[in-house]
Design a protein around this ligand. Sequence first.
Ligand code: AMP
Length: 191
Amino acid sequence: MVNIILFGPPGSGKGTQATRLVEKYGLMHISTGDLFRYEMGNDTPLGLKAKEYISKGELVPDEVTIGMLENKVNMHPEAKGFILDGFPRNIVQSEALDRFLSAKSSQVNALIALEVDEEEIVKRLLHRGKTSGRKDDSDEGIIRNRISVYKEETAVVFDYYSKQDKAYQVSGIGSIDDITNRLFNQIDPLL
Ligand code: AMP
């Protein structure tokens, strides 16, 4: 399996770019945010639990999130590998992911971080909020909270994979095509 973490703050373009990577590399896209939104849309117990945190811009507890991610991977034994988008978001999740993949004789091959500055992110998310129907995109207070959580808990995931020599940075500014090409240029030599 080939497993790539597409990393970066909220609004850095992970979802958009993940679709392009899936097309090119034939990997499966897993977005934990999308999985939570699906559960919330169906008012499942998991969705109701997740909503308590998502509506405030906080992280959903690890025991819920890690189990959900592992179930999704286990449901697709045919997959050539995965593009992980929005997971892992802290060190506990990173360690759990490494253990989980290692038990399958697999691993994270690379983490690629999309670099976008904070003001650009706030602008993009407020813009997205007008059409996405996502409440957590339409309130600047929630957006700022998501960015603080990213800085305080998530950014260290880059250092965690950097210590394994697997972390790379790509500028997330510019046209969608330009950013996709930068990602391809980073990933191609690794495969
Ligand atoms: P996203 O679509 O990736 O921006 O995620 C939307 C929201 O879902 C986040 O603000 C978190 O509340 C929650 N979420 C998504 N992925 C995770 C994760 N790996 N750990 C905890 N919470 C998450």
